[in-house]
Design a protein around this ligand. Structure first.
Ligand code: UGA
Length: 446
């Protein structure tokens, strides 16, 4: 009989995972402790912007016209415990307030709600990003609390999906990593992922600590790569070099590769910044803090980019933001997402606002979330309207829409045609030809 799957926590990760599991042919039950989320998802609506996710959800949510009916949602732990052969825990682990460590309270609460209700054999699979050592501890907790005892096993299966590509990354992962304590868990997970394994996705079997570390190591490497190129941007600015050309040239070396070498205002979002900090905190607890001191530098290069963008903007308007109107194009931490968590764009906008600038923001999908986080900024319904009357325009999230903008039309509505490209995504030649003073991070001034 086909395995029955539950997904606990229906944020980016959980909602995508649940829909993907239904797409792979399983009966799926998703749980969240927030009833409004369950109501939204049960109507086939996605509470965030993620390309392709709503279509996938509608295809499978029970009760919707033409759906397979394989996907349902609930708020009942009992229903989940009775239903599932495999339970995926997909709750988030945000950074703790005032600390580097991550907040494990959602993970703890998921395990302690589920475990006492598990009366039949089950595999619980953690997907959340956790400090190394958590899985071993949670495995003991599970067998201790579950009435089915040793028949309940734990596996750790980190997730590598990128926002904006969540559906694609979940259905066709570039690798599947599982940390297991025994052969039964591995066998069940091979069954769950039979389709992507059949398509050639590598299946890496490890122990718990290695599987947990794979996730934080991968995000730390990506963060390091971005901060490396941003450090090169700082040197390029000092030496009048061009970081875009430099990245292209070193990227031809296959050992280095072209990806994740886009210099600019740096990385943000709900993952890379908090993951490197939580990793440092955990290494400290383990007595291995020296191994990760370089991540402090990675973090500080990254945060410096935001401050540098504010300085470039202030310099461009003559040394003070007072009485100056600043247009900010982009609010999300990256394009094709409505996520504004730790967004460099909004961070820059907020700093300029605090220094007395009149900031107007436009973003194709992130306006509602941005307004909620920064209600004191002004918001415009289009890029053109955001630029109207501006003394300087900042391009801070590289949405495709901004590359289609007509520099001549925008020049007509601004007070001064000055543009700062914080993502190195616009073509300087085109903007300069239209009369703009164009400056990008880590590139020659003209
Ligand atoms: C990241 C990882 O890429 C995923 O593999 C991982 O699963 C996910 O975190 C997670 O831990 O859940 P994501 O946060 O969606 O995914 O975003 P990325 O595509 O990694 O971008 C992160 C930030 O780096 C963005 O602000 C982006 O603008 C910035 N970035 C990226 C650069 O500044 N330069 C680059 O060259 C690439």
């Amino acid at each position: 009989m086909a395995l029955k799957i539950t997904v606990i926590g229906t944020g980016y990760l959980g909602a995508t995972h649940a829909a993907a599991m239904a797409e792979l042919g399983f009966e799926v039950l998703g749980l969240d402790v927030v009833p409004e989320k369950i109501e939204t998802l049960s109507r086939g609506e996605v509470p965030m912007y993620e390309p392709g996710l709503e279509e996938l959800l509608r295809k499978h949510v029970a009760g919707l016209e033409g759906s397979t009916g394989r996907l349902r949602f609930t708020t009942s732990w009992q229903e989940v415990a009775d239903f599932g052969d495999v339970h995926f825990v997909c709750v988030n682990t945000p950074q703790k307030h005032g600390e580097y460590a991550c907040d494990m309270s959602y993970v703890e609460s998921a395990f302690s709600s589920l475990a006492p209700l598990l009366r039949r054999p089950a595999l619980v699979v953690g997907k959340s990003t956790v400090p190394v050592g958590s899985a071993a501890r949670l495995a003991r907790l599970l067998t201790g609390l579950a009435p089915a005892g040793e028949d309940v096993e734990l596996a750790w299966n980190p997730e590598f999906l990128r926002e904006g590509f969540a559906v694609e990354d979940t259905l066709h992962p570039d690798r599947i990593v599982v940390g297991v304590g025994g052969e039964r868990a591995e066998k069940l997970l091979r069954e769950v992922y039979a389709t992507p394994i059949g398509e050639g996705s590598p299946f890496v079997v490890a122990d718990y600590p290695t599987a947990e570390l794979v996730k934080t190591a991968a995000n730390s490497f990506l963060a390091t790569k971005i901060s490396f190129i941003n450090a090169m941007a700082e040197v390029c600015e000092a030496a009048d070099g061009d970081v875009v050309k430099l990245a292209e040239a070193i990227g031809h070396d296959e050992r280095i590769g072209k990806k994740f070498l886009r210099a600019g205002v740096g990385f943000g979002g709900g993952c890379l910044p908090k993951d490197i900090r939580a990793f440092m905190a955990r290494a400290g607890e383990l007595g291995a803090d020296q191994a990760l001191t370089f991540l402090r530098e990675v973090d500080s290069i990254n945060m410096r980019r935001r401050a540098h963008m504010v300085e470039l903007a202030r310099e461009s308007v003559g040394g003070s933001f007072l009485g100056q109107r600043v247009a900010v194009l982009g609010a999300t931490f990256k394009p094709d997402s409505d996520d504004v968590r730790d967004s460099p764009a909004l961070n820059v906008a907020g700093q300029i606002h605090l220094q007395g600038g009149q900031v107007t923001v436009y973003d194709p999908k992130g306006m509602d979330n941005a307004r909620r986080l920064f209600p004191t900024l002004a918001y415009a319904p289009s890029a053109l309207e955001a630029c109207r009357g501006a003394h300087v325009v900042l391009h801070l999230t590289e949405w495709a829409e901004f590359r289609q903008l007509d520099p001549v039309a925008i020049a007509d509505v601004v007070v001064e045609p000055r543009l700062l490209d914080g993502r190195n995504a616009l073509d300087p030649a085109v903007w300069r030809a239209a009369g703009w003073t164009f400056r990008a991070m880590g590139r020659p001034q003209a």
